[in-house]
Ligand binder design. Sequence first.
Ligand code: ATP
Ligand code: MG
Length: 367
Amino acid sequence: SPSEKKVYRIAAIPGDGIGVDITEAAVKVLDKVAETNGTFSFTYTTFDWSSKAYLQRGYYMPDDWATQLRAHDAIYFGAVGWPDVPDHISLWQMILPIRQQMNQYVNVRPTRILRGTRAPVSQLQEKPGDLDWIIVRENSEGEYAGQGGTTHGHAENAVATELAIFTRVGIERIMRFAFETAKGRPRRKLTMVTKSNAQRHGMVLWDRVFYEVAKEYEGVVEHDKMLVDAMTVRMVNKPESMDTIVATNLHADILSDLAAALAGSIGIAPSSNLDPTRKNPSMFEPIHGSAPDIAGQGIANPVGAFWSAAEMVRWLGKGELDTVADQLMQAIENVTGEPKTRTRDMGGSAGTEEVTAAVCAEIGKVC
Ligand code: ATP
Ligand code: MG
C-alpha cells in the first residue's frame, strides 16, 4: 500500500544559470524512477540560495541554514556562480560551509565514457571501456584548509602563506573510505596519489597512513602509489591500469577535471559530497558550473545531473537501491547512445527538455 512507501526528503538547491534547468530536469527523472519502482518516493524543499539572491539581499543562506538542511535525507545541488559575483564569495559563503558543517569529508567522482560520448584520446575512442574510475577526494582539509595570511598587502614586499593541514584522523578516514570503495568494485584496485618526494611532511604522513590501512586489505585490494605529476601521464596513456583513485583535496580537484575531459564532456560528470557517518545529509551535484554562456537557452546537457541523481538514489538506498540506480544509468545511456537525443556539447541538437523526456520514457522501459 502507498502508506508503506519509503519517503526520501530532498533539499533542492538549483542555484544559478543552468543549475536551475538541470535541477528541474533531475527532479522529473527522480520522480519517474520512484513512480516506476513504486516502493519509494521523493519530497522536495527548494531553497533559493543563489548568486541572484545574494545580489538582492546580501547573503546566500539564512542563519539557520544548517538546521534547515538537516531536516532532509539528501541535498541535490545544481550549480552556483554568476559573473557579477566573484567565485570565492559563493565558495566561502555557501559551498565550503555546507561541506564542512555537514561533515562531507569525502567527494566521490565516478568517471567512465558513456555511450555516445566523443573521447578526445584515440585509445578511448576505440576502447571506451578502458576508462572506468572512481576518484575519491579528501574534502575537508589539506591544501584547502583556508589557513595562512598576507602581510604588506599589495606592496612590493608582500608575503603570503598558504598552509596545507593534514591530520592523521583526516587521512585515515579518507583512506578507509577509498579501500572500502575499491573493495566493492570488480577490479579491486586502489591507486594512491601523493607528492611525497617534494613535500616532505604532510605528504609523508599521507603515505604512511595509506600503507597502514593497506595492511588491513592485504589480499583483498591491490594497491599502488603514484606521484601526482606522473599520474597525469598515466591517466592519459594507461587509463585501463587504474580503478579507484584516492588523492588530497587539491590533487583530486585537478585530476578529476582531467578525468572529466578524458571522458568527453563536462556536462556529463557527477559528483557526490558524502558524510559517511550518515549523521548529516550528503550532497549530489553535476561537476559543471552555472554556464552563463548557455543559461536560459534550454540547451544545457542534463546528463551530469541525471548521473548525480543516480548516485543519490544509490546512497539513499544503502545498498538496496543499487539495481534501481543501475537501471537509471542504463536509461541514460540508451538516450546518449542515440544521436537524435544528444545535446549540442555531445554533437547533437536536442534540448534539455527533449533529453529529459527521452530518459523518462526509457525509465518506463528498463526499470
Ligand atoms: P565553475 O567555475 O562553476 O566550476 P566554470 O565557469 O569554470 O564553472 P562551467 O560553468 O561548467 O565552467 O562552463 C564551462 C563551459 O562548459 C561553458 O562553455 C559551458 O557552456 C559548458 N558547459 C558546462 N556545463 C554544461 C552542460 N551541462 N551542458 C552543456 N555545456 C555545458
Ligand atoms: Mg565559473
